[in-house]
Design a protein around this ligand. Sequence first.
Ligand SMILES: Cc1cc2nc3c(=O)[nH]c(=O)nc-3n(C[C@H](O)[C@H](O)[C@H](O)COP(=O)(O)OP(=O)(O)OC[C@H]3O[C@@H](n4cnc5c(N)ncnc54)[C@H](O)[C@@H]3O)c2cc1C
Length: 303
Amino acid sequence: MGTGCAGLTAALYTARANLNPLVLTGTMPGGLLTTTSIVENFPGFPEGIDGFELMTRMQKQAERFGARIQFGTLEAADLKSDPIKLTIDGDPLETKTFIIASGAGHRHLGLESETKLENKGVTFCATCDGALPMFRDQPLLVVGGGDSACEEALYLTRFGSKVYLVHRRDELRASKIMAERTLAHDTIEPIWNSVVTDILDVEKGKVTGARLKNIKTGKEQTLDCAGVFVAIGHIPNTQLFKGVLDLDENGYIVPTKGAATSVPGVFVAGDCSDHVYRQAVTAAGMGCAAAIDAERYLAAIQS
Ligand SMILES: Cc1cc2nc3c(=O)[nH]c(=O)nc-3n(C[C@H](O)[C@H](O)[C@H](O)COP(=O)(O)OP(=O)(O)OC[C@H]3O[C@@H](n4cnc5c(N)ncnc54)[C@H](O)[C@@H]3O)c2cc1C
């Protein structure tokens, strides 16, 4: 389930093991990486590679060994039946093993300007985009107050001339150590009790600043910045498995051993079970692990 880095790597490995995998694209063929232009940290591409191009190559590589890519969305799953019963766009399908690689979406601020300026200075991943030339030696703004927001802000101090950390409360939600480290950093300036109400400048097609509102005083201000990093959380695409698989409090699938889940024959890979690393290469690595675990599971039940 899924044709992001995790799903396509699982497809490559299971195809090479002659398991004849069927790979569902969902509504985002190629996954999240297709929404970004340049990927500079996937090993093997010293000059970087366009996200769409990388995912097209991954798909071709899996297809070369016989993976069958199907444009379709999983609508329902009976994971406890044997074989597992799936419904894809209304049609039934049975399978002996099932690898869930459905990814996670970013929580958005919900602003029109955020959508229009995505990849033009608005980003959801500092590790992915922070080093881009457009952010170097510029003031940057991070939205959020949890561990991720702190990590993003700290990471961005390597590139930005200043990093504003905008949080709707008057203290960080992050772990104590992370909050202390963040607030002690000279380059980071917290802006408390505030929300972003608009990102500038859609007309210019790039980020030049952000409008903020203090939710306690109602006072508004505009801050100049070249980037807005939204770090207010993720929503894993796991709603179909609620009540069936072990999910953590944020909905991420919790593997039991390796890539195995609490249901035999069901494995998990990538961002739908990883709220820590969330990188293309880690998702691919987890896809490889899920494929090998699925292969061993099949060998064990057939012997
Ligand atoms: C703008 C941006 C830039 C990024 N840049 C980088 C970078 O430079 N380097 C890096 O390492 N990482 C980067 N990332 C992170 C990287 O994209 C993710 O870590 C990676 O895509 C996770 O892969 P995945 O396979 O777990 O999930 P995804 O890529 O999210 O793929 C999930 C797949 O599951 C499918 N799916 C979901 N629901 C269903 C369903 N019901 N039925 C069937 N299929 C379904 C989707 O259609 C999709 O194909 C970036 C992310 C973003 C948003």
